[in-house]
Write a protein that binds this ligand. Sequence first.
Ligand code: T3D
Length: 263
Amino acid sequence: MAPSPILLAIADGVAEITFNRPDKLNSFTAQMHGELRAALDKAQADASVRALLITGAGRGFCAGQDLAEIIDPKTGKPGSVNATLEDDYNPLVKRLQSLAMPVVCAVNGVAAGAGANLALACDIVLAARSASFIQAFSKIGLVPDSGGSYFLPRLVGTARSMALCMLADKLPAEKAEQWGLIWRVVDDAELMNEARALAKHLATQPTAALGMIKHMIHSSGANDLTEQLDLELELQMEASSTYDYVEGVGAFLEKRKPAFKGK
Ligand code: T3D
């Protein structure tokens, strides 16, 4: 039996999802999308899970859509892309962004096409020093999808986004960090230790507040100052009604480590 293209392991409050088609650089098939949805359902249904970690098996993180799978056997040509974008990639990007818990991405190798943009949809991105990011779309006559044209200008500005997308050049992880595309580069051998430690730490933090932080940061691009101040007020009221707020203030005053429950 072929190994599952998606692995899920839950421990220490973290759901770790591994893209697992290493021979094809973890490029996405329809089966993989289905199994990823099921893994996310399982993680979200588990009350112990307070952080998500996504990574890839083997030497690649994810090379985007499996290009062999999109060939229509009748014509021998690539079929329409509508269904997979509408049914798979777009809901996945929105789900990662709206998940009310932190999503850490450990980019272990090349991240190309939709694979690069799925990484950018995550909240905190670590990358191995040898990893790279490629907006590969224009090499095959396509345009960026899976949020690339949304995330890139916001993260690195118009000039860099335009060249990355038009040239489809490989952006090494260190430059991606210098440009502010990702949070941090770590040595290859340390990537998973660091990413797991980070996700495990986040899983002990005030999850409800972290979910609200996500919502605030994502909303800020579309809001003016008044709207953003109003949102801060609304969410601060919500945050200050949580158990973790009382625990956090109490722990500070009692000079002890807080024991957050995530609510
Ligand atoms: O059409 C739609 O459905 C719409 C959705 C679009 C979303 C997208 O993501 S479009 C963009 C798709 N991705 C790409 O265009 C990237 C294609 N891959 C590459 O350009 C290169 O593989 C890389 C630059 C990522 C890495 O190069 P390299 O030299 O390190 O590895 P390689 O030898 O090219 O790949 C290793 C194997 O993975 C190889 O298989 P083989 O020959 O050993 O059996 C290669 O064919 C396979 N592979 C890599 N990427 C894909 C893939 N197989 C299928 N689809 C891929 N995307």
